[in-house]
Ligand binder design. Structure first.
Ligand SMILES: [Zn+2]
Length: 304
């Protein structure tokens, strides 16, 4: 398996202006042909992670970020530059791009429009039916599909629960399991709890049968201090938790979900929070904490 470099200092809105403004998209080469991208938290508080994987015949982009406008969020330009660079090193004709999504919430599909007129590019639809048909998953949400990028196979695993068309992507080349908003170090908002539990079981079963080297989601909302999250809407994340989770964390989320099924509310664990259904109390607490967090920020000198 290809070695993965996941030791990244992600921009978290805390740097001073001295080193210049943060780029709208931070790019990290984790392995050859394996690019992690993060939308700047200064352009959108969701600061989602995107993934660009290169095969011999086509590249695969997972998610298009939280902003449509290419001037504030030049995703197409960044992806084109990365693809041009890859093609200079691996010249070939007719190279394709597939634009897919971990799920269809706005902070993961907003940049789709930047790719609609791109040559040799297919943008996967947003509904569960469109995702199932694109990848060829006949019995959605059961089963998985294989997608061959040319010498590099991805496995697509349906994971509804947070969103009906959610999928996880397993990359055989690196052992990365990309889990979108289903599992990440943050608030796991569950819309359909039985589906979420089934998906967690599916991810754990999959991980028992395949070598998973890193579980990588689409956001960071936890602090590195256990049980602490940054309040919803925060545009600074001082002391953010690391992005990579483990198969052990998948088990922890699955087991936690089993214990809190039928108990609405926000259930806190050291490096994730399961948000079972709409919870007004926790939502109110989040907005109070956001207000306090922002007020503290006003009295902080830049660069701290
Ligand atoms: Zn999201």
């Amino acid at each position: 398996m290809t070695e993965l470099d996941l030791d990244v200092r992600w921009y978290a809105g805390t740097g001073s202006g001295r080193r210049g403004a943060a780029p709208p998209i931070q790019v990290h080469q984790a392995a050859p042909g394996t690019v992690l991208l993060r939308q700047s938290i200064k352009t959108n508080f969701e600061a989602p992670f995107l993934y660009l994987l290169f095969g011999e015949d086509r590249a695969f982009l997972l998610d298009t970020g939280a902003t449509a406008d290419a001037s504030g969020f030049p995703l197409r330009a960044v992806v084109d530059t990365l693809m041009d660079g890859w093609l200079r090193a691996h010249p070939r004709a007719g190279y394709e791009l597939i634009v897919a999504h971990s799920h269809a919430h706005g902070d993961h599909v907003a940049g789709d429009g930047q790719f609609t007129d791109r040559p040799r590019t297919r943008v996967v639809g947003h509904s569960a039916a469109e995702v199932a048909s694109f990848f060829g998953i006949a019995d959605w949400p059961r089963g998985t599909a294989r997608l061959d990028l040319g010498g590099r196979v991805l496995e697509v695993i349906p994971t509804p629960g947070h969103h009906p068309s959610a999928v996880a992507i397993y990359d055989e080349a690196t052992g990365m399991l990309l889990t979108g908003d289903t599992v990440y170090p943050g608030r796991l908002y569950v819309q359909d709890f039985p589906a979420f539990e089934d998906s967690l079981r599916a991810l754990c079963d999959f991980s028992a049968a395949h070598p998973v080297r890193a579980v990588l989601g689409a956001h960071i909302e936890m602090s590195a201090r256990a049980f602490r999250d940054f309040p919803l809407g925060s545009t600074r994340h001082p002391g953010e938790a690391p992005l990579p989770l483990t198969v052990g964390d998948l088990h922890a989320v699955r087991d936690a979900a089993g214990r809190i099924a039928g108990r609405p509310g926000a259930h806190r664990y050291p490096n994730f929070i399961i948000w079972n259904g709409p919870c007004r109390l926790e939502s109110a607490a989040q907005s109070v904490r956001f207000g306090l967090f922002r007020a503290v920020g006003l009295f902080r000198s830049p660069g701290r």
